[in-house]
Design a protein around this ligand. Structure first.
Ligand SMILES: [Zn+2]
Ligand SMILES: [Zn+2]
Length: 325
């Protein structure tokens, strides 16, 4: 079944955030040690981002790792989350849940996040709670088994239901798309596909060089239309609002802002979607600058909304809009 694109009445700005605390590095313990200082600031960043979306009346999509719905969990006979059949990977020798402490939110606040979900749902401007898998398993990896995905999805849905939430949008861990049919079968209506950048198909090294050039020159990011394929909409990403640590600090903030402005203008011109995304911890790498940059982007989208050129929507609102076109 091939995709079918829709036409939109005007350009749309969508913001999606991947909320995962430690889970993004569950299979990378060394990276976890280096980045934990940013994860510990995630709650603070989320609070500040929420203040901004409230100030500018922006409904965003928060794709939350399902395990963050829990307040506590424990291992039974040394087995953690034994209801999730394991997939094994040649690049990771340990059990997938090895690094997760499986205790409770007081002892391990970076592995639980009920308070974060409350913070988001309590925002005065409506925010969408979406799904970023239960345990950040790479669905698109060739070693990931179907039964792992099914149990992972089922856990997310059950935990969200306990909070009275229906999950409608999905963000694949590492944007590694796989088992779309299962995601659809578990009731999801949309997912965020990877950015269709101009250097996407290049070999690894060349891709990295092109990526840096692209960022430094603040080249216009891709804008897209939702694609309906296998019974679910792909609302592709346009631009990752990146961290400012290590070599990434070489990309000046003004290039990021300029790039986003280009994306916004392009979305208006082509009547397409400019889809900005990031993780709250990205902001922690330079809170002052990155929050300033985000606010500049919000000012721009709001000015365009005021004069009727652009709409601002969460992913589930885009699905609702398309259904009525
Ligand atoms: Zn657990
Ligand atoms: Zn992630």
């Amino acid at each position: 079944m091939r995709n079918c694109e829709v036409t939109l009445p005007k350009g749309i700005f969508v913001l999606s955030l991947d909320v995962e605390l430690c889970w993004g590095t569950i299979d990378k313990p060394d990276k976890l040690k280096n980045t934990i200082k940013y994860y510990t600031q995630s709650r603070d960043c989320i609070e500040k981002i929420l203040k901004l979306v409230e100030k500018y009346n922006i409904s965003a999509t928060w794709a939350v790792v399902g395990h963050l719905f829990l307040k506590e969990c424990n291992s039974i006979n040394g087995q953690k989350h034994s209801d999730i059949p394991r997939s094994t990977y040649p690049w990771y020798s340990k059990d997938w849940f090895e690094e997760s402490p499986c205790t409770n939110e007081e002892d391990a606040p970076l592995w639980y996040g009920q308070d974060i979900i409350k913070m988001i749902t309590n925002c005065k401007v409506r925010q969408e709670i979406a799904c970023h898998s239960f345990a950040h398993i790479p669905y698109g990896d060739e070693n990931t088994k179907r039964e792992t995905v099914q149990a992972d999805l089922s856990n997310c849905i059950q935990e969200a239901e306990k909070e009275g939430l229906k999950l409608r949008s999905f963000v694949f861990p590492r944007n590694n798309v796989g088992y779309i049919d299962e995601v659809k079968n578990y009731g999801f209506e949309a997912y965020r596909g990877a950015e269709p950048t101009w250097y996407r198909g290049f070999p690894n090294k060349r891709r990295k060089v092109c990526h840096i050039i692209d960022q430094l020159l603040a080249m216009s990011p891709p804008v897209g239309l939702p694609e309906y394929e296998q019974g679910i909409y792909n609302i592709p990403g346009s631009m990752l609002y990146r961290s400012m640590n290590g070599f990434r600090s070489l990309i000046p903030l003004k290039s990021k802002i300029h790039k986003a402005r280009r994306g916004i203008r392009r979305a208006i011109r082509d009547k397409k979607i400019f889809h900005l995304w990031f993780h709250p911890f990205n902001i922690a790498t330079n809170q002052e600058k990155l929050l300033y940059g985000l606010e500049e982007m919000f000012k721009e989208v709001c000015a365009k909304r005021e004069n009727g050129e652009l709409e601002i929507k969460s992913m589930d609102e885009i699905v609702d809009l398309i259904k009525y076109i």
